[in-house]
Structures are given as structure tokens and as C-alpha cells.
Design a protein around this ligand. Structure first.
Ligand code: NAP
Length: 225
């Protein structure tokens, strides 16, 4: 079974996710209202959010006991190239109950050994890249994840949306127009050949929050053909 997947991003009026000031406190206030089992976070976003740098250094992680009453979410990060090293720092933030790194057959063995040494859980799933659909199924099967929030840039969002793996999209819309060509958008994917691939959404919630920020929460309509 696939978990329920909710994409949640801050966007400007023109759909950009970078290049304007974001109210992190507000974002997490909204996000924490949902009781979700996991957060799927793209790797650069993780580094940016926690202001971490790539490094081999850090104190040793310890074996973590599974605590049944720990209701903090599982942090899930696709990192098939083995770029993130300071998981102990991420654990020290105490935001997450545990960490799961998604790797692929292309992930360097040295990185998998590093994760083993640090007692960081990982799954090898996919060949060159992580197979996201199978990873979500395994998250449900092996970790009991029934629902998760995606905190990511447009590429990972795009992969999930194009693979029909997203159930809901929630955005905080800021009263900003960023413009430009390079800033990432909430949904980056190859151009469509026709309007058939355009996703229809159904509005679930609309709310004006502080500083003229608007919350829009949609369900992704899934059609059976
Ligand atoms: N405004 C907002 O709310 C918001 C939220 C989050 C992020 N952002 C911004 O978005 C920008 C981009 O963030 P990002 O680089 O973290 O995200 P991203 O480019 O959307 O996604 C990168 C992630 O996707 C995985 N990935 C890439 N190609 C894949 C494939 N073919 N199959 C499976 N997985 C694949 C990568 O793992 P591998 O390394 O294994 O390929 C990586 O973890 C950042 O500048 C960040 O500030 C904004």
C-alpha cells in the first residue's frame, strides 16, 4: 500500500520556491498541525534547512532504541550519491524520531559502510536513482508509514507528481513576484506534449494567514481509466 503523500511548499505568486523570504516559523506551525508519520526531504533542502555543510566529521551516532511512544516523524532523504554525512547533527535537532536514507545500486559502497558505522538506517531501492514508488511502498510495509509530508524542491515534487504518487498539495502563497528564469518552481518536470497530463486539483482548504500569506490546500484528482 502507498502512504498518503502531501507536498507542502512556500511559493511566490509566480510559483517560485526560492528567491524570497520564507517564514519558517509559520511553515512549521502549519506542518505540525498534521500528525504525519514521516517527512520526505530532498537532500539540498535538508542541508539548507539545518544549515549543515557536507563533511566527514561529526561525533559518532549511537544505536537508537525504537520507542513505541515516540511520535516524532521519520526523516526520509533520497541521497543516492551519498552526499550527506552529518546525520548525527540532524539527529541532535530532535525534530525526527529516526532517519532513513534512500540509496540506489549506484550509491558508493563506501557510503553504505559509513551509514552502517553510524547506525543510520538505509534502503537500497532502484538502479541509477532511487525508485520513489517502490520506496514509498516499502516505507509503508517496513516502517508503517501511512502518511508523509514532502519538503522538497521542484524536481523531487515533479518526479512524484508525474508518477502519480501525490495525494495532496498544500502551499503557503507569499505576496511576492520573483520572476527570472533560474529560480526553481514548485513543480519541475519535462514539458508536456498535450494538456492531458495537466493535473486537476480539488480545493480542500483556503485561509488567509499573517502578513498576507494565503494557505491553499488541494487534493490531487486521480482518475481511473
Ligand atoms: N519554498 C519552499 O518551501 C522550499 C521547500 C524545499 C526546497 N526549496 C528549495 O528548492 C531548491 C531545490 O531543493 P533540492 O535540491 O533539495 O530538491 P530537488 O532538486 O527538488 O530534489 C533533489 C532530491 O531529489 C532526488 N532525486 C533527483 N532525481 C531523482 C530521480 N530521478 N529519482 C529519484 N530521486 C531523485 C535527489 O536524490 P539523489 O541525490 O539520490 O538523486 C534529491 O534528494 C532549494 O534551493 C531549496 O531551497 C524550497
Amino acid at each position: 500500500m502507498l502512504p498518503k503523500v502531501i507536498i507542502f511548499d512556500n511559493i511566490s505568486i509566480d510559483g517560485r520556491i526560492d528567491g524570497f523570504s520564507i517564514d519558517n516559523e509559520l511553515y512549521y506551525h502549519v506542518a505540525n498541525e498534521w500528525s504525519l508519520d514521516a517527512v520526505l526531504m530532498s537532500n539540498n533542502t535538508l542541508l539548507k534547512k539545518f544549515q549543515l555543510k557536507h563533511s566527514n566529521e561529526g561525533t559518532d551516532c549511537k544505536v537508537r532504541e525504537v520507542n513505541e511512544i515516540d511520535n516524532r516523524p521519520l526523516l526520509v532523504v533520497p541521497d543516492s550519491q551519498g552526499r550527506i554525512r552529518i546525520w548525527d547533527d540532524v539527529l541532535e535537532t530532535h525534530f525526527f524520531g529516526d532517519i532513513l536514507v534512500l540509496c540506489s545500486r549506484s550509491t558508493p559502497q563506501e557510503y553504505l559502510d559509513f551509514l552502517e558505522e553510524k547506525y543510520i538506517k538505509y534502503m537500497v531501492i532502484g538502479y541509477d536513482e532511487v525508485n520513489l514508488g517502490t520506496a514509498l511502498e516499502e516505507l509503508n510495509l517496513q516502517f508503517g508509514v501511512k502518511n508523509l509530508r514532502v519538503e522538497s524542491g521542484g524536481k523531487l515534487n515533479g518526479l512524484l507528481l508525474r508518477d502519480d504518487l501525490v495525494d495532496e498539495v498544500c502551499v503557503l502563497i507569499y505576496p511576492n513576484l520573483v520572476g527570472g528564469i533560474s529560480p526553481d518552481s514548485i513543480y519541475s518536470a519535462p514539458d508536456l506534449n498535450s494538456k492531458e497530463g495537466v493535473l486537476d486539483l480539488k480545493l480542500l482548504k483556503m485561509e488567509k494567514l499573517k502578513n498576507e500569506i494565503i494557505l491553499l490546500h488541494y487534493r490531487v484528482m486521480k482518475y481511473q481509466f
